[in-house]
Design a protein around this ligand. Structure first.
Ligand SMILES: [Zn+2]
Ligand SMILES: [Zn+2]
Length: 105
């Protein structure tokens, strides 16, 4: 194959590759969008419960406690049951994380 043709062939190949990349990109994006939607649906209850607890604290209906594990004053409101947003377990960030890690083996 003459040198010029070889170069043209390579040029064509590169354009094809670029095209393939462009085609792939939106698909990947769609996938991550679907994943984000799934995550939101799964966590909607959690997010709602957090918001309800925060609101209750602000209104004085819920009193912030200390971490039930270590007594730390800086706590998160942890929900054992998201359908009961005012039933919270007070946990510091460390023990909160640990509590959630225990949930998912
Ligand atoms: Zn703690
Ligand atoms: Zn939690």
């Amino acid at each position: 194959m003459p040198y010029k043709d070889r170069q043209k062939e390579r040029e064509r190949q590169r354009r094809r590759d670029n095209q393939r990349k462009r085609w792939k990109a939106p698909i990947r994006w769609e996938k991550s969008k679907a994943r984000a939607a799934r995550w939101r649906a799964a966590h909607r209850e959690a997010v709602n419960a957090q918001a309800a607890a925060r609101y209750a604290i602000k209104r004085g209906r819920l009193v912030r406690g200390v971490c039930v594990e270590c007594g730390m004053a800086k706590v998160h409101a942890h929900h054992e049951d998201y359908s009961k947003p005012l039933e919270v377990v007070w946990l510091c960030s460390q023990h909160h994380r640990r509590r959630h890690m225990d949930e998912q083996p």
